[in-house]
Design a protein around this ligand. Structure first.
Ligand SMILES: [Zn+2]
Ligand SMILES: [Zn+2]
Length: 170
């Protein structure tokens, strides 16, 4: 979506706002397409003392799957993005500068990139999700499973010693 900022290019103190929604249902993450609902984008461009500052917020509810227990759940997700718009590159060192093309900036493209970069690499249904039992596959969030806990080797040695001392007493 091209956004025209020519009307504020030369006018410090002026601002323009935008609001649109983005379809990111084609974005794949680890073999899934979690952005099934539209991403609502809101933001604006302000001319601050001759410098064009863009900021935007994008929000959606994702179809998430917990990496630990495999449960599907809805996850609210919001990202924020800021950059400076310029008609030409002033210095190579600042990569927060986005170049205008004939006074336009592609806000859809910026929001899409910011959203994808802001995606979590790890998804948990809750911070303290207990996950699944590696032996029987039971969801440990629902309570302890029936299988025996793997024996700690140090405990095994202790158990042997206790067994021995028990034998000697007999
Ligand atoms: Zn979980
Ligand atoms: Zn188990």
């Amino acid at each position: 979506m091209l956004f025209d900022v020519r009307s504020i290019l030369q006018t410090p103190g002026k601002a323009l706002e935008f609001r649109f929604s983005l379809d990111l249902s084609d974005v794949e993450l680890y073999g899934r397409y979690p952005v099934s609902r539209p991403v609502d984008v809101e933001g604006g461009v302000r001319n601050t003392a001759g410098i064009l500052e863009l900021e935007l917020t994008a929000h959606s509810t994702l179809d998430a799957v917990c990496d630990r227990c495999g449960k599907s759940f809805l996850q609210d997700k919001e990202i924020e993005y800021q950059c400076v718009l310029a008609e030409e590159v002033q210095s190579d060192e600042n990569d927060d500068i986005v170049l205008l093309e004939n006074g336009h900036v592609d806000v859809g493209d910026l929001a899409r990139t910011a959203w994808i970069l802001g995606m979590d690499t790890k998804t948990l249904c809750s911070e303290d999700c207990k996950g699944l039992c590696p032996t029987c596959g039971a969801d440990l969030n629902l309570g302890p499973c029936k299988c025996r806990k793997p024996v700690d080797p140090r405990m095994a040695v202790l158990a042997k010693l206790l067994e021995k001392s028990g034998e000697e007493e007999q």
